[in-house]
Ligand binder design. Structure first.
Ligand SMILES: [Zn+2]
Length: 202
């Protein structure tokens, strides 16, 4: 990835309020579809059982809303089933505290920029060094070995370099454009939930 350019679009995306609104809308649509489909186990009705989240690293203007952020989730209303359904998300990458664009983009530019610039970027988002290293491990281990990625990687030609994840994936998607970043976040969303029958179908 081109150093200076990558750093620029990384910072642009992370300050972009339109992006955060778009992601919220995508999550709401996916959640509504999930609710309408009903329970994947018994076809019962689903009731809302959202999780309150306090994602870090949101764009400046959104930070005051941190208290009002929820991860969509549902429980089956049927006695004896009650299974939880947490739809895939483009905002929350599993239980990670930072919202998805930060985990993707900071991990991606980590190698392309000087240590000083990486530190400045981390500090502007309040991310410590060990957190970035943990994300790196997650991409190379958990993500790269997930059944999702094992199946999905075949779609890419030329193949994605697994050792350069997620930078190689960002490059393949061309995430300097907002809509392409959104596509990437949608693409990886099956790995964002453990309780999802959807991830099994992918
Ligand atoms: Zn059910």
């Amino acid at each position: 990835m081109k150093t200076q350019k990558a750093e620029n679009w990384c910072q642009c995306h992370l300050a972009d309020q339109v992006l955060s609104q778009l992601l919220e809308k995508v999550d709401a649509e996916v959640a509504e579809k999930c609710r309408q489909e009903g329970c994947q186990y018994c076809s019962g009705h689903l009731h809302r059982a959202d999780y309150r989240r306090k994602p870090r690293g949101l764009p400046e203007q959104d930070r005051k809303r941190e208290e009002e952020v929820f991860r969509d989730s549902f429980c089956c209303a049927q006695e004896g089933c009650r299974k939880r359904h947490t739809p895939p998300s483009v905002r929350f990458l599993g239980r990670k505290v930072y919202w998805s664009p930060v985990v993707v983009l900071v991990s991606a530019v980590r190698h392309g920029i000087t240590p000083q610039r990486l530190r400045a970027l981390r500090e502007s988002l309040g991310v410590d060094r060990r957190t970035v290293e943990r994300w790196r491990e997650w991409w190379l281990q958990a993500f790269a070995r997930s059944s999702f990625w094992q199946a999905a990687r075949a779609r890419f030609l030329p193949p994605i370099d697994p050792k350069a994840l997620p930078a190689s994936l960002c490059e393949a998607f061309g995430v300097d454009r907002r809509d392409r970043l959104l596509e990437l976040l949608k693409f990886i969303s099956p790995v964002t939930t453990g309780s999802s029958p959807w991830s099994r179908s992918l």
